[in-house]
Design a binder for this molecule. Structure first.
Ligand code: CP3
Length: 348
């Protein structure tokens, strides 16, 4: 397992082919996924280890992927802290008791993950046992403190993060207490995912790009640094994911992580220069390119691979998750093409 192309690339070791996996590889673009979701709510699926395990394995059975990611979500970890979370069909996640006062932050709990997330930890045990024999590593994940805080404060998705930034600017001491609590909950949850069988851990700071570089350094970086340093105890490769952070990728990389996942705003080689040669890089195809015809898709894949230019430490992925209208055939063609183009052919 430690010799799988994905784990080797995380450690910047040579690989026989560039590993590929896709964020949201288990999701609505797959008919098998939609069939399960037609009968069970999002939270039911996440809380039923057998269903979460089955969905995690759907893309592994359908495509030649180099890693699986446990089927879960970043937001249920907030439930154990005291938030009421629901996934409203057609709307997205909703929290009906978001933080509105500093008192709301003081009463948030930080219970251990085995009490609050037992079903996801069990799903990880089930899937990793099954994937071990196929030499496919399983990725565990959680939300980063800022991205989780934005949902906890806004109550759902946000365009301008007005409430989050207002709290951040007006109540710096309360912001620190909130972020410290999130670091506690997320680090504990991720370390327990690794103990349950996750072979790598990805931290999703999806909305970290909402800040200026100075504010990123002031309000996010100390907590992400703390988180990544605590996660070293998990003793598995750590992936740092964010989007729209190309103006301060160096500061993102400074927080830690073995692999930095980058979006498509910068060409891959430019992004790699920004994070430094000592880090592995994951990315960075635009997910919308997967909806385009092959004559448009292929040159975009080629561009990513040309810019990686066979250097050790590239994991092919999208810059963000697979979109619901993505044709299955394009996903298959992408995965097979990356493998074909990067395979080392042994001459006899
Ligand atoms: O990558 C994978 O295959 C693992 C599954 C996964 C999900 N959510 C399942 C999901 C992962 C890694 C996540 C992380 C997640 N969840 C993030 C970080 C990554 C990112 O996309 O930026 C965020 C911000 C969330 C919060 C979230 N969950 C939103 C905003 C939504 C609604 C938007 C949407 O795509 O519907 C969800 C719901 C969600 N999480 C779905 C899936 C497959 C769709 C549920 C459905 O309708 O079936």
């Amino acid at each position: 397992m430690t010799d799988s192309p994905f784990l080797r690339a995380c450690r910047r070791q040579s690989v026989e082919r560039t590993p590929v996996w896709l964020m949201r590889q288990a999701g609505r673009y797959m008919p098998e996924y939609r069939a399960i979701r037609a009968k069970h709510s999002m939270l039911d699926v996440i809380n039923t280890p057998e269903l979460a395990a089955e969905i995690t394995l759907q893309p592994i059975k359908t495509f030649d992927l180099d890693a699986a990611i446990i089927f879960a979500d970043i937001l249920p970890a907030l439930i154990g802290m005291g938030f009421n979370l629901d996934f409203v069909p057609g709307v997205g996640p909703r929290i009906d008791n978001p933080i509105t006062t500093t008192y709301d932050i003081d009463i948030l709990g930080t219970p251990p993950a085995e009490e609050t997330m037992p079903h996801t930890l069990e799903a990880i045990r089930l899937v990793s046992a099954e994937l071990d024999s196929q030499n496919v590593p399983l990725i565990g994940f959680a939300g980063a403190p800022f991205t989780l805080a934005s949902y906890a404060i806004e109550g759902g998705a946000s365009k301008n993060y007005v409430k989050t930034k207002t709290l951040m600017y007006n109540e710096p001491a309360a912001w620190k207490r909130l972020m410290d609590k999130l670091v506690t909950v997320v680090s504990d949850y991720l370390i327990k995912q690794a103990k349950a069988g996750a072979a790598a851990l990805q931290v999703f700071d999806s909305w970290a790009g909402a800040l200026s570089a100075q504010d990123y350094v002031h309000y996010i970086q100390p907590y992400n640094r703390k988180l990544f340093s605590m996660l070293e105890r998990a003793d598995v490769p750590l992936i740092s994911f964010s989007t729209r952070t190309s103006a301060y990728l160096d500061k993102v990389a400074a927080c830690g992580g073995d692999v930095i996942s980058v979006d498509w705003q910068l060409p891959l080689d430019v992004a790699w220069q920004a994070i430094g040669e000592k880090r592995a890089i994951q990315g960075n195809l635009d997910p919308v390119a997967l909806l385009a015809p092959w004559r448009e898709l292929k040159p975009r894949i080629d561009d990513v691979l040309d810019r990686a230019s066979g250097r050790a430490g590239h994991i092919f992925n999208l810059g963000h998750g697979v979109l619901p209208d993505t044709p299955i055939d394009n996903v298959r063609r992408l995965i097979d093409y990356v493998h074909e183009r990067t395979s080392i052919t042994l001459t006899v």
